[in-house]
Design a protein around this ligand. Structure first.
Ligand SMILES: *Cc1c(COP(=O)(O)O)cnc(C)c1O
Length: 467
C-alpha cells in the first residue's frame, strides 16, 4: 500500500514512512493511493468477532507488508488491553433505533486513546527496528496531549514533549499529563495560549534545522496530531465493528460524530469507502461551526475562536477536511491545492459538483453552549445516560438532522462525563465520578516546567531534556 499527498507534489510513501512523518513536504496530508475494499460477505463475516480481530482485518490492508501478521496481532492485542471494557467500544441503546458508541473506555477517557494507544506502539516498533530515536513535539488544548503521553509512556525509542497553555487546561486534563513521571515524558506549560503553543510546534516541523544545531542530528521529528494516517486508520475499525453489530452489510447505518479537526469523521468516511453501507453522516459542531457553515451555506471561511463548554471541539480550521475535499474533487490535487490557497487567505467556496457530492452523504448541525446544557439534562431524563458536553452536541444533532427513523443511528460518545465535569455541574448534576483507575489523580505528584512562548527556548529545552 502506498500513500499520496492531497496536494499532489510529494513522493508516495509506504505505511511505515507515512506513520513516521507529519505533513507531506508539499503541505498536503497523506491518503492511501487505493482504498481497500470489503465485499458484503467479508463484512458479514466480521459480525460477532472480538474487537481485536476486526481491528486486524480492517487495518491489515493499510499496513501491507510493513509489519508481519503475528507482530501486528500482538500490537493490537496490547493496545486494546489498556481499555476498561472488554468490548473495547461498547454500543448502548438509547431509544428506538438510536445507539451510543462509547469510545471513552481508554486510559484518558476520550476517544483519542483508540488511535494513540496504537500509534505509540507502532512508532516504538518501527523505531526499534530501524535503530532510530524519535522526538514527538505536540501542542494540546487538553485531550490529545494526555492520550499521546499515555500512548508513549513505555516507548524506549521516543521522547515526547507536550506543550499546553499554562493555567488554561482543566485540572483533570493537566494532571492526566503531568502525573506521568516516565523519563521520556516532558510536559511544558507555555506562558501563552493554545495558538502560541501550536505555532511553535508548526515552526519546529517546518524548519527542522534546530535538530542539527542542537546536536540532535539523525533524530526524527514525529507528529501525533490527527494528520498522522495511523490515527485515522485505527478509528475506521469502530465504525465497521459498530456497523456490523447493528446489521450491516444487510442494512445501512447512519452515524453522528461530534467534530472538530474532522479526524474522527474522516475515518467513518473511509469505512464507507471500504464498503460499509452508510446512508448518512451527521457532523455535529459546537459554536465553532466551520464544518456546518461550509456544508450548509458553502461558507468555507475562518472565524475567531470561541471558548465553549466542549473545549476539545474548539477549533478555527478542520485540518482533516482537506482529505475529504480531495475525495470530493475526485482526486484532483491541483484543485484542492488551489482551494486551500484561497482558504489560507481567509475564505473560499467549494465548487458545485463536489459540494453536491458531499451533501448527498453528509448533514450537519451546530449546537451552542446553552443547548449543550439543555441536552445533558434532556438526555439524562429520557435515557438515563449522563453525556459529556461533546457527546451532547452529537445527541442533539442526531435527533435533529437524521434523515430516516428506520435506519439505525449511532452517535459517537467521544468523552467520559467525568472528564468535563464543569459542564455536567452547570447542567445541574452533582458531578460524575472518575473511573477506578483514575481515583487519586488529584493527589499524585506532578512534573512540568513553565517556559515563555519563545521558539528558541522551547527548542533548547527539547535538546537538553531527551532521555
Ligand atoms: C478531539 C475531540 C473531538 C473532535 O474530534 P475530531 O477528530 O478532531 O473531529 C470531539 N470530542 C472529544 C471529546 C475530543 O477529544
Amino acid at each position: 500500500m502506498r500513500y499520496i499527498s492531497t496536494r499532489g507534489n510529494s513522493p508516495a510513501l509506504n505505511f511505515e514512512d507515512v506513520v513516521l512523518t507529519g505533513l507531506a513536504p508539499d503541505g498536503g496530508l497523506y491518503l492511501p493511493e487505493i482504498i481497500p475494499q470489503f465485499s458484503a460477505a467479508e463484512l458479514a463475516d466480521m459480525a460477532g468477532l472480538p474487537y481485536t480481530e476486526i481491528a486486524f482485518r480492517v487495518m491489515k490492508p493499510f499496513v501491507g507488508d510493513c509489519i508481519d501478521d503475528d507482530t501486528f496481532r500482538r500490537i493490537i492485542h496490547d493496545t486494546y488491553a489498556t481499555f476498561g471494557h472488554d468490548a473495547v467500544v461498547p454500543l448502548k441503546q438509547l431509544s428506538h433505533n438510536h445507539w451510543l458508541l462509547e469510545l471513552f473506555h481508554g486510559p484518558t477517557l476520550a476517544f483519542k486513546d483508540v488511535a494513540l494507544q496504537l500509534l505509540g506502539r507502532l512508532l516504538e516498533h518501527f523505531l526499534a527496528r530501524r535503530g532510530e530515536k524519535g522526538v514527538i513535539i505536540g501542542a494540546t488544548s487538553g485531550d490529545t496531549g494526555s492520550a499521546a503521553i499515555e500512548g508513549c509512556r513505555a516507548c524506549e525509542h521516543l521522547d515526547i514533549f507536550i506543550l499546553h497553555p499554562n493555567k488554561r487546561v482543566s485540572a483533570v486534563q493537566r494532571r492526566q499529563m503531568t502525573t506521568v513521571l516516565a523519563d521520556n515524558i516532558h510536559n511544558i506549560a507555555i506562558e501563552g495560549d493554545f495558538d502560541d503553543a501550536q505555532a511553535m510546534v508548526k515552526a519546529s516541523f517546518a524548519d527542522q534545522s534546530f535538530l542539527d544545531r542542537e546536536g540532535l542530528g539523525g533524530t526524527r521529528l514525529i507528529a501525533v496530531n490527527s494528520i498522522n494516517w495511523a490515527r485515522i486508520m485505527a478509528q475506521i475499525v469502530y465504525y465497521v465493528a459498530a456497523g456490523v453489530a447493528l446489521g450491516a452489510p444487510h442494512r445501512p447505518i447512519a452515524f453522528t460524530v461530534p467534530s472538530a479537526n474532522f479526524g474522527n469523521l474522516l475515518a467513518g468516511y473511509m469505512a464507507y469507502r471500504m464498503g460499509l453501507p452508510v446512508s448518512q453522516f451527521v457532523i455535529a459542531t459546537n459554536a465553532n461551526d466551520i464544518l456546518h457553515r461550509t456544508l450548509s451555506d458553502n461558507d468555507f471561511s475562518r472565524r475567531a475562536l470561541q471558548a465553549t463548554l466542549a473545549p476539545s471541539m474548539d477549533i478555527v480550521v478542520s485540518s482533516n477536511f482537506e482529505r475529504l475535499l480531495f475525495e470530493a474533487y475526485g482526486g484532483d490535487a491541483q484543485a484542492v491545492a488551489d482551494l486551500l490557497a484561497q482558504f489560507a487567505d481567509g475564505a473560499a467556496r467549494i465548487d458545485d459538483a463536489p459540494l453536491a457530492a458531499l451533501r448527498a452523504l453528509f448533514s450537519s448541525y451546530s449546537v451552542d453552549d446553552d443547548t449543550i446544557l439543555e441536552v445533558i439534562r434532556e438526555a439524562q431524563e429520557h435515557t438515563g445516560e449522563l453525556l459529556d458536553p461533546h457527546t451532547a452536541t452529537g445527541y442533539r444533532a442526531a435527533i435533529r438532522a437524521r434523515a430516516d427513523d428506520t435506519t439505525p443511528m449511532i452517535t459517537l460518545a467521544t468523552a467520559h462525563p467525568a472528564k468535563f465535569e464543569e459542564a455536567v455541574v452547570r447542567a445541574g448534576f452533582a458531578g460524575a465520578p472518575l473511573p477506578e483507575h483514575m481515583q487519586g489523580l488529584m493527589e499524585r505528584e506532578e512534573r512540568f516546567d513553565v517556559l515563555p512562548a519563545e521558539l528558541a527556548v522551547v527548542q533548547q529545552y527539547v535538546a537538553d531534556h531527551r532521555h
